[in-house]
Design a protein. Structure first.
Length: 312
């Protein structure tokens, strides 16, 4: 037996795991927003259902990552870092990638049939979650097959994917989402999407279009304006959410306003990373690797739990 065979198998296994992009699952925390801000954490059934929805979104998102990497494999080979992705580098071939995509899709479907969702018959949880996941897949396939080449629409579709995460964690488990929180989520995700496009354009320069066609239709000054608009929208809509009558009535407190300075700091820190440190290319990695952003996230969560817990 070839001594290198076990190492080769281990290398392919790790590559297959990387292909699923587990670090990107942090994006699916949007699914849990409804439980946190809808006062659903004291209902074990709804918490369980939200966690099932989170897992289903992770499986669905990884299915899309596999499909996207397959479609983008040739362009990824032109990128300084994406050429190291499992499919672009040749570590994962077509049959394995297809098998992973099908298995993940089957897992996502099975999770929509989970008992936690079936136990909420008045919400139609499983059917609603399945409808959200199907729409998410349809949007991402349309994105991969051509809409990603349409400027502004490309980032809008990415943002809509996050809105579906919020709906999966609210609508599917019988919690009404706040309208201001929905608008804020839209602003946040547009902000991150435009920051990603700016980071790609700045890193690749004249070769940007060879990696992603739509980058030829953007410019740094235009994206800077988009970031200014969406960044302002994030701060304004979140601030209004914390003091709106609906929020105060739901939570019985107006103390969420104390999270606004933390959100402002996190927003400005992210802009600093984008403009001064070349960040923004992978928002998830930025959010979990920068100590300032981590500290802001912990502080935000601590204040939220204190504010909401003080009324429990």
């Amino acid at each position: 037996m070839n001594a290198d065979a076990p190492a080769a198998h281990e290398g392919r296994a790790l590559a297959a795991l990387r292909l699923l992009r587990p670090h990107q699952w942090t994006k699916n925390a949007f699914v849990l927003v409804g439980v946190l801000f809808g006062h659903g954490w004291d209902d074990p059934l709804r918490v369980h259902a939200a966690l099932v929805a989170f897992a289903a979104f992770c499986a669905t998102a990884s299915t899309i990552y596999v499909v996207n990497d397959w479609f983008d494999r040739e362009r990824d080979r032109l990128h300084p870092t994406k050429r190291l992705r499992p499919i672009a580098s040749g570590l994962v071939g077509g049959p394995l990638a297809l098998g992973l995509a099908l298995a993940l899709a089957a897992l996502a479907w099975a999770l929509t049939r989970a008992s936690a969702l079936a136990a909420l018959p008045e919400t139609g949880g499983g059917e609603r979650l399945l409808a959200v996941l199907v729409l998410y897949v349809a949007i991402n396939l349309a994105y991969s097959l051509g809409l990603k080449r349409v400027p502004i629409l490309d980032c809008s579709l990415i943002s809509f994917g996050f809105m579906l995460r919020i709906l999966a964690g609210t609508w599917a488990i019988g919690i009404a989402p706040s309208r201001w929180l929905i608008v804020c989520g839209l602003a946040v995700t547009l902000f991150l999407a435009f920051a990603k496009r700016r980071a790609e354009l700045a890193a690749l320069g004249e070769d940007a279009g060879g990696h992603r066609v739509v980058l030829d239709r953007y410019s740094l000054p235009l994206l800077d304006q988009f970031l200014a608009i969406t960044g302002t929208a994030v701060l304004v809509t979140y601030s209004v959410y914390t003091v709106s009558g609906e929020t105060v009535l739901t939570h019985g407190t107006d103390d969420l306003i104390w999270t606004v300075p933390v959100v402002a700091y996190g927003l400005f820190r992210y802009l600093y990373l984008v403009f001064q440190r070349g960040g923004g290319g992978d928002p998830t990695r930025d959010l979990v690797s920068d100590p300032h952003l981590i500290a802001a996230g912990v502080a935000w969560l601590g204040i939220v739990l204190w504010a909401l817990g003080s009324t429990a």
